[in-house]
Design a protein around this ligand. Sequence first.
Ligand SMILES: [Zn+2]
Length: 75
Amino acid sequence: MNGNENTHTPKSENNNLITCPDCKKEISRNAEACPHCGARLKTSFLYKFIKWGLIIGAIFFVFQIILAIVAFNTI
Ligand SMILES: [Zn+2]
């Protein structure tokens, strides 16, 4: 890294990157600890948990809609 990038924060376009809460540097979402400052990312596990919860919830939601449509058409 060269120069001071603290004043201008570019919008992250990479979904695999998150901002470290300690040093504000972009790090991998899958990282359990920040490679720059070593801060442990406690949100990592929670993030995966919420992400999978949303995915499973969305699958069930779509599944229920499909079931409702099928049930409606068969009556
Ligand atoms: Zn950091």
